[in-house]
Design a protein around this ligand. Structure first.
Ligand code: IMP
Length: 196
């Protein structure tokens, strides 16, 4: 079976492909379909955005599609940046800009109030319009400074509960074992297997 990953984020493609590598599925992405439409992420929730991306890419390619939408929810910020995690520091911001803004917002927040969670919703859509979703969540804390060079996004500032390493200090397999995306994908694997 062919499955299209509905994302242009090469880090996500790498993580998702690695976690699906043992299934008998041919993983495709925008690299195989250079003319895929740009999906506007204007939904009010992670679920809305994941469903929209999976549905539009499945319809454009005529193949089953998998999309993920992820948000970092920081308790001391009332759940921000949440659904706007990608553009927390502005429309054309970098990962560093977002991390800098987050650490600045939290610079007087004590250890016990630095709780945060990554939430990831994965949507699987078929060309006939059927869509299913699964969610994965990992709780942790926001560090006082960035640590590690691996991964992407907020990885250097997120320490998952019960672990000594930030996401960006972990190998990809270590991150996948505990991450929000890993958890959601382990749920999605069953749905993919049923589609085969
Ligand atoms: P998206 O809308 O799902 O692409 O993700 C929104 C933003 O969340 C991204 O731009 C990243 O900054 C961040 N993000 C998503 N997944 C991860 C992750 O696994 N680690 C760290 N940051 C992430």
């Amino acid at each position: 079976m062919k499955l299209v990953l509905a994302t242009r984020n090469v880090h996500k493609i790498e993580e998702l492909s690695r976690m699906l590598s043992d299934l008998d599925v041919e993983i495709l992405s925008f690299r195989d379909f250079p003319d895929l439409p740009e999906v506007v992420e204007d939904g009010g929730t992670l679920e809305d955005n994941a469903v929209k991306k999976a549905r539009e890419i499945s319809q454009a390619t005529g193949l089953p599609a998998l999309a993920d939408d992820t948000g970092l929810e920081v308790a001391a910020l009332g759940g921000a940046p949440g659904v706007i995690s990608a553009r927390y520091a502005g429309e054309a911001c970098s990962y560093d800009d977002n991390n800098h803004k987050l650490l600045t917002e939290l610079k007087t927040v004590p250890d016990e109030e630095r709780g945060a969670a990554f939430r990831c919703v994965i949507a699987l859509a078929t060309p006939s319009g059927e869509v299913t979703t699964v969610e994965g969540r990992t709780d942790g804390v926001i560090l006082w400074e960035a640590r590690g060079d691996a991964g992407f996004g907020y990885d250097p500032v997120f320490l998952p509960n019960g672990h000594a390493l930030s996401y960006a200090e972990m190998s990809q397999d270590e991150k996948n074992a505990v991450s929000h995306r890993g958890r959601a994908l382990r749920g999605a694997r069953e749905l993919i297997a049923r589609m085969m």
